[in-house]
Design a protein. Structure first.
Ligand SMILES: [Zn+2]
Length: 364
């Protein structure tokens, strides 16, 4: 090959590899479920959870695929399923039908038998991961992605006993917190992940609940501080222990709540009183916050479908939880994500896709 042609090809190859300098994170609106896409500068990707199943599966999968396309991806390299609740694994088949998934990661056996999860785990899931790789992770494991340091910090009810680099100091926020009743559900099994890109650190713990948060962060803060905290469990108060949130001291929190799920006052109070929090961004307006606890609309990606004339100040009483709870209002129209673009120096920009509102957080 002529030297000039070779040189041109090398320039072209490095140009395409370097078009992305940021770690891009899409928190997708899956109506109070979770789907968070991390895209490394190398173009490698990690999706954490696939949104809702049932009637929401196609809707949520198409929203996830829209983010995949926006990022210019042809495939999803790694998929972490945090736990086997329908708002986290439900859209997996529909996502896999649209985009190839290379590596399936989870915490192992389901501890909370339920018809939908059992059918999925016995019949559907093994067929999906047979086409790629399957890994059951434990705390301390890593997920290999060029340019990123990705560590598993919780899985299957266990938490890491090793502090992350730069972490490991005594956690003063443990003094005032007490355990809640033990949580026997899949939430406490959640795969928790810390993703670092240069000086930038993001924390995503799925739906990990209160006592496991204390196990992870007391008496030692094993995770250090975070730039971005994807609020745990949609902003419900059975998670978001201040011993975790306040010790992480995130600069920015993004909450994957729905209109009537998450964003409850007790969790909002923990977030708003978190030292150093610069902003909370929400995937939805939460009726459970009311005006009393919500953030300004500029920071909210999706509103409510039927906009009332006035917004009450008081938070709405949450609907009953559990299998007999009334279905939340379905939001099937256009959905907007919140996108975070992080740079190696630790600076990052957050954008609300609904209104284009954007804010840059400079390096510390
Ligand atoms: Zn959930």
């Amino acid at each position: 090959m002529p030297a000039l042609l070779l040189a041109l090809l090398l320039v072209a190859a490095s140009a395409s590899a370097q078009t992305r300098a940021t770690l891009d994170i899409y928190v997708v609106d899956v109506e109070g479920g979770n789907a968070t896409l991390f895209v490394a500068p190398s173009g490698e990707s990690l999706l954490i959870d696939t949104g809702n199943g049932g009637a929401g599966a196609v809707r949520d999968a198409e929203r996830i695929v829209a983010a995949v396309k926006d990022a210019g991806l042809q495939r999803i390299d790694h998929l972490i399923t945090t736990h086997y609740h329908g708002d986290h694994f439900g859209g997996m088949s529909e996502v896999a039908a649209r985009v190839p998934i290379g590596h399936f990661i989870d915490h192992g056996p389901n501890v909370q038998p339920a018809a939908a999860a059992d059918t999925f785990l016995q019949k559907v899931y093994p067929e999906l991961y047979a086409k790629g790789r399957h890994t059951v992770v434990k705390p301390g494991d890593r997920v290999a992605m060029t340019g990123l340091d990705i560590r598993i910090v919780s899985s299957a009810g266990e938490v890491t006993r090793t502090s992350l680099p730069g972490a490991g100091s005594r956690n003063p926020y443990c003094a005032n917190v007490k355990p809640q009743a033990p949580d026997p559900t899949e939430n406490a099994q959640s795969v928790g992940t810390v993703i670092s890109f240069g000086r930038f650190r993001a924390v995503h713990l799925g739906d990990l609940t209160w006592n496991k948060e204390m196990d992870l962060m007391c008496p030692t803060n094993r995770l250090g501080q975070a730039d971005l905290f994807v609020v745990t469990h949609h902003g419900q108060p059975v998670s978001n222990n201040p011993a975790l949130v306040h010790a992480l001291a995130p600069r920015v929190a993004v909450m994957n709540n729905g209109t009537r799920k998450g964003g409850q006052p007790d969790a909002m109070k923990v977030l708003f009183s978190s030292p150093g929090l610069e902003d909370l961004w929400q995937i939805h307006f939460s009726l459970l916050s009311g005006q009393e606890y919500t953030v300004p609309g500029a920071f909210i990606a999706n509103l409510v479908d039927e906009q009332p004339e006035t917004m009450p100040i008081a938070a709405m009483t949450p609907p009953p939880a559990g299998p007999n709870a009334p279905a939340p209002p379905a939001h099937n129209g256009t959905a907007y994500w919140i996108k975070v673009s992080a740079r190696q120096d630790g600076s990052f920009t957050v954008t609300n896709a609904r209104n284009g509102f954007t804010k840059t957080y400079s390096a510390r």
